[in-house]
Write a protein that binds this ligand. Structure first.
Ligand code: FMN
Length: 192
C-alpha cells in the first residue's frame, strides 16, 4: 500500500531500479500524447543536501537515496498541433468541432494561453510522477511528493533549461518507517 514515506534507509538505488522508475513515467498518459514531463535524478550527497535547503529544510529530501526533480517542459506545447494531427491521421483521436475549427484556422497552441498551458503541463507531470510513485511502491521503495520548495532556486542550482519548470521533488529510497494510513474523507464526502 502506498504511503508518503519520510524516513529512508541509507542505501543506494541501483541503475536498473532508477531506470524502471523512469520507464513508468515514460509510459504515462498525457494530453495529445505530448509527454511534457522532464526529469533530473539527483543522487550526489552534496546536491541532495542543497535541495533540502531549497525545500524548507525537509530532512528526508537529503536522506532519500535519490531525489527526482520533476519538471514540466513548456516548450513541448509548440508541438501540440503537429502531434494532434498525427494522432488524427492514424485514427487514434477523433477530432471534435473545436479541434477542427482550430486546425482549419491553422492556429497553434500558443492560442491556448499561458495559464491553460501550465495547467495542462501540471496535469501531465502529475500523472507521470504518480506512475513513478506506484512503481516505486511495487519495488518496495518509498516516496513522498514534495511541492514545498523554491522552484526558481532549484532550477538555477541545477542549471535547468529555461523551458523546464520544476513542479515537484520526489525523494525515493528504501523505507525506514511504516506509517499508518493517513485520514481520508468518507466516499460520500467526495461525491458532489
Ligand atoms: C502535490 C503534493 C505536494 C506535497 N508536498 C509535500 C511536501 O512538500 N512535504 C511533505 O512532507 N509532504 C508533501 N506531500 C505529501 C502529503 O502530505 C500526503 O500525500 C498526504 O498527507 C496524505 O498522506 P499519504 O500520502 O501517506 O497518504 C505532498 C503531496 C502532494 C500530492
Amino acid at each position: 500500500m502506498r504511503r508518503s514515506i519520510r524516513r529512508f534507509a541509507p542505501a543506494e538505488l541501483d541503475r536498473n531500479t532508477i531506470e524502471q522508475l523512469l520507464e513508468a513515467a515514460r509510459l504515462a498518459p498525457s494530453a495529445s500524447n505530448l509527454q511534457t514531463w522532464r526529469f533530473r535524478v539527483i543522487t550526489a550527497p552534496g546536491e541532495k543536501k542543497q535541495l533540502r535547503t531549497f525545500a524548507f529544510n525537509q530532512r528526508f529530501v537529503e536522506e532519500a537515496s535519490a531525489v527526482i526533480v520533476c519538471c514540466a517542459d513548456l516548450l513541448s506545447f509548440k508541438d501540440r498541433l503537429k502531434t494532434t494531427m498525427q494522432l488524427i491521421t492514424v485514427g487514434k483521436v477523433r477530432p471534435n468541432l473545436e479541434m477542427l475549427l482550430r486546425m482549419a484556422r491553422g492556429s497553434s497552441d500558443q492560442e491556448l494561453g499561458e495559464e491553460r498551458q501550465i495547467l495542462n503541463a501540471a496535469i501531465n507531470v502529475a500523472i507521470a510522477v504518480e506512475h513513478i510513485v506506484l512503481r516505486a511502491t511495487e519495488l518496495g521503495l518509498g516516496t513522498c511528493w514534495v511541492r514545498a520548495f523554491d522552484a526558481a532556486a532549484v532550477a538555477e542550482y541545477l542549471s535547468l533549461p529555461q523551458y523546464a519548470i520544476p513542479l515537484a521533488l520526489l525523494p525515493v529510497g528504501y523505507p525506514a518507517e511504516k506509517p499508518p494510513p493517513r485520514p481520508r474523507r468518507d466516499v460520500n464526502d467526495i461525491l458532489i
